[in-house]
Design a protein around this ligand. Sequence first.
Ligand SMILES: C[S@@+](CC[C@H](N)C(=O)[O-])C[C@H]1O[C@@H](n2cnc3c(N)ncnc32)[C@H](O)[C@@H]1O
Length: 223
Amino acid sequence: MRSLHVDDYNHDDYADKYDEDVLHEDNPIREGYHALLDWGIQTADVGKGSRVLELGSGTGNLTARIPAVCREVVCVDISQDMEEIARPKVAHLPQRSFIAEDILHVFDRPLGRFDCILSMYTVHHLIESEKRLLFHRVWEHLVPGGKAVFGDLMLENPGQRESKMALYREAGEDETVESIAEEFFWLLDEAVEYLETIGFVVTVKRFSDLSFGVLAEKPGGTV
Ligand SMILES: C[S@@+](CC[C@H](N)C(=O)[O-])C[C@H]1O[C@@H](n2cnc3c(N)ncnc32)[C@H](O)[C@@H]1O
């Protein structure tokens, strides 16, 4: 199944501006970006022999941080222009591949299972029912003991949608108001509850008013 808004959020037209844009951490949407990516890599703790899947790999800013010891990295992003920018940044990874595909639809392929599935600032482009489906696909494609590490734009609960928009409107942050209104920021409390229902053990860390990291561990593996 292809996600509903994948063509709207294909970043082709934005690719040449993206890496400059994420430097502007004074923008509430970007605040915490680099710290969250650093946390994502530390938390994933990708080891020798690991297979890693990255969903929405973009210009490769997270992929570039993955240590070369890992066995294989599979990057998925609908935007081939973002992929072009990522390619030179990931040359240190001995076995890497790119799939230009929707992050939901890609699971229809025989991908196998991964030690780690990473996704930064991409899952908020999926509507709620698609997020839930994605969490199930992630569970199915992780080995026992595997980790899913997400970083993204989030509201803690639905009630925050209006209050945050009012706050940012007052501060003159119109781009942020528009993003909250039009995109599908995670509803963190509900997402955590759902991930736990599936069986994940979940840990959350906050990086800014709108950016959070979510570690979802699949129990099992060697003791
Ligand atoms: C905000 S960027 C984040 C990129 C990167 N993970 C980072 O943190 O810098 C979102 C990326 O997801 C891709 N994208 C958005 N929706 C997608 C979908 N449904 N399937 C695949 N890629 C998608 C866009 O093309 C873009 O490269």
